[in-house]
Ligand binder design. Structure first.
Ligand code: SAH
Length: 656
């Protein structure tokens, strides 16, 4: 049995207070409502995560942070009469009932309205009333209202709602030209016919469906992008030559004086992103003294590559990168790069060589594989859950229904200790083996730190969310920092990691909605303009990815970017391949600072639920210092496909 009270207090402290909800009455109200009563059966364990969750009729219960933010923005007084449109589970109405004198709530789905009413009654909240109906027309009999909160996103603020506001009353409503991506507005009625409008930021709501909302047929909702921004992007973008042209890296010379150049990727399986990063890295290594290449990979696996690029003998043992997702590092693009790096290092003394390092939690992927193998043998249901979690709990995922498949079973809980023990054992054994080479990074203290944080990581990654992500990105940043420190004041590093790690999380849903940070953000905080955060993007093509964690790699078609996405603005520029340096183009940067949907593909790609599974809001020009665009891209070439020993004599670290 979960300790709900404790979880609730933690939610209030961590997800609300720490993220800027300051109104003590709102915090108290959030602390007073048992959210577990409002979620569907089986979802109770997620009740205090800061996430929307599925309820019946394909709707969602709002995310706690958003409920608190809306309630705070509405400035509700004890004597107020409040209307909520979109009662859903009744959760927000329950919170409001603690703040206001009377609460009226309308829900479009009669079945939901009935259950919401029953829950409110069950909790003894007698000042709240729910009815079924179209809330875009308001509730004229009960008007005027001191505050109206709309919990679904419409194309505009319905006139009826504005008209039902008391003078001085506040309407809080998500408004956007596209379904599911809106700006949260506060509209205050200053006088009978005078309203003031404030923009409270980007949000993500289910559609407001009704007479003054969206129609039931989503295809009618399409909107045309204004042409201007794509044209300005085209003007500002610097065309890049083909990837094989030695001049490809010329445009990146401007970043050569940075201490850290972080190169992102919009998926873990796109050839162009690897090749572009290889070309840029090569330039930085050859001409500008970068001696650290640090990538989003497990340390022990990357260490085998490091031995290879330094021309050291392989120490035997398991070939690296043999576990899911193998294609992320076992691909032809990476082989070409590390083969070049080996020839670059040949004949150079130790200190002048460039090393290849893994930043990720020490042996995260090996541990995940061990956990799955263990659960497969002892509790296959728990193994299914674990697979789903590894695949889904990414910082851009916005698909409440996938939680359904990831609900913890009682079986998992009983396995948890054994699983964590096994992970710790695995880590200890791996660390014992790395006695060779005398790598200064891995002294005893470092090892102890690793064991401590890794164990915590294994435990919390099952519960998903910000804690696990933050622990991982902090660890990656610290590893990078140790490498730079060891290299001395002249040390310079190139980082290869996903856009979600490389970008500054503060300017995305990750930071704003989920309280997550990123390596890019931590680098900016420490190195300021000594860090360059470079994102990569594409419109369409193919990608190597799996459907589920631990699943087969497939070459999947990448859908053309959504009409309301930032990628579409780049696509409409009409240019195929270019670099956009935001520092050199303030007006374009300003326009791209606005929150727009951005696509994130990891090792999992689910085109069938693309919006919910892969798009999140970001202000691109704040997230990155520069952005590299490839309009159409191809999947990486996994090694297994061309594993002919005699043709690739130099691939021994991959065990071919
Ligand atoms: N505040 C709710 C969130 C529910 S999601 C909670 O805390 O659980 C938004 C809800 O708005 C959905 O249940 C949806 O059915 C409802 N909705 C959408 N359009 C509506 C309309 N025109 N009138 C009333 N409800 C509407």
């Amino acid at each position: 049995m979960l300790d709900y009270e404790h979880a609730r207090r933690r939610m209030v402290e961590r997800h609300l207070a720490r993220r800027g909800i300051a109104d003590a009455r709102v915090l108290k109200a959030m602390d007073a409502v048992p959210r577990e009563t409002f979620v569907e059966e089986g979802f109770e364990e997620f009740a205090y995560e800061d996430s929307p969750l599925p309820i019946a009729e394909g709707q969602t219960i709002s995310q706690p942070y958003i409920v608190a933010r809306m309630a705070e923005a509405a400035e509700i007084e004890k004597t107020d009469t409040v209307l909520e449109v979109g009662a859903g589970s009744g959760y927000a109405a329950a919170v409001l009932s603690h703040l206001a004198r009377r609460v009226f709530a309308i829900e479009r789905h009669a079945a939901l309205a009935e259950r919401a009413a029953a829950r409110l009654a069950g909790l003894g909240l007698r000042n709240a009333e729910v009815r079924a109906g179209d809330g875009t027309k308001g509730w004229p009999e009960k008007a005027p209202f001191d505050a109206i909160l709309v919990s679904a996103g419409g194309p505009a603020a319905p006139a009826a709602l504005k008209a039902q506001l008391e003078i001085g009353g506040r309407l809080i409503i998500p408004v956007g030209r596209q379904e599911r991506s809106q700006r949260l507005l506060r509209i205050t009625r200053l006088a009978a016919d005078r309203y003031e409008e404030e923009d409270l930021g980007g949000v993500f709501f289910v559609p407001l469906v009704g007479e003054a909302g969206w129609s039931e047929h989503p295809e009618e909702a399409g909107v045309r992008l204004r042409q201007r921004l794509p044209e300005r992007i085209a003007d500002a973008g610097e065309d890049l030559p083909s990837l094989d042209d030695p001049a490809f890296a010329d445009a990146f010379e401007r970043f050569a004086d940075r201490r850290v150049v972080l190169l992102g990727e919009a998926s873990h399986g796109t050839s162009e992103f690897y090749r572009a990063r290889a070309a840029v890295t090569r330039r930085l290594v050859e001409r500008h003294g970068f001696t650290i290449v640090a990538v989003e990979a497990d340390w022990p696996d990357a260490a085998a590559i490091d031995r290879f690029v330094r021309g050291r003998e392989e120490t035997g043992g398991e070939p690296p990168f043999r576990r899911f997702p193998t294609w992320m590092w076992r691909n032809g693009e990476v082989v070409a790069f590390v083969t070049w790096l080996r020839s670059h290092n040949a004949g150079r003394r130790d200190g002048a060589q460039t090393g290849f390092y893994g930043l990720d939690i020490y042996n995260m992927r090996a541990s995940i594989a061990a956990v799955l193998a263990y659960l497969d043998a002892t509790d296959p249901d728990a193994a299914d859950v674990a697979r789903e979690r590894y695949g889904c709990l990414t910082p851009w995922q916005n698909a409440p229904d996938t939680y359904g498949r990831a609900v913890l079973t009682a079986g998992y809980r009983t396995c948890e200790d054994a699983v964590v023990r096994q992970c710790r054992e695995l880590l200890r054994r791996a660390l014992e083996k790395t006695g060779d080479g005398g790598d200064a990074l891995f002294d005893a203290a470092q090892n102890a730190r690793l064991v401590a944080s890794a164990e915590r990581y294994y435990r919390i990654m099952y519960y998903g969310g910000a804690d696990a992500w933050n622990l991982r990105d902090r660890h990656m940043f610290e590893t990078l920092d140790h490498l730079l420190e060891r290299a001395g004041p002249q040390g310079k590093a190139v980082v290869w990691a996903h856009n979600s790690h490389v970008g500054d999380a503060r300017h995305t849903d990750m930071g704003e909605v989920r309280g997550e940070l990123s390596i890019g953000q931590l680098c900016r905080e420490k190195y300021g303009s000594g860090a360059a955060l470079i994102g990569f993007g594409t419109d369409r093509g193919t990608v190597a990815a799996a459907t589920d964690w631990d699943g087969e790699m497939e070459i999947k078609a990448v859908r053309p970017s959504r009409e309301d996405s930032v990628e579409r603005c780049f696509h409409l520029s009409g240019k195929r391949r270019f670099l956009l340096d935001f520092a050199g183009h303030p007006p374009v940067a300003e326009a791209l600072a606005a929150r727009r949907l951005e696509r994130f593909i990891g090792v999992i790609y689910r085109p069938e639920s693309e919006l919910a599974s892969h798009y999140a809001n970001a202000g691109l020009s704040r997230q990155f210092d520069a952005y590299v665009w490839f309009d159409e891209t191809r999947a990486v070439t996994p090694l297994a496909a061309n594993a002919q020993k005699d043709r690739m004599p130099d691939t021994f670290p991959f065990g071919l």
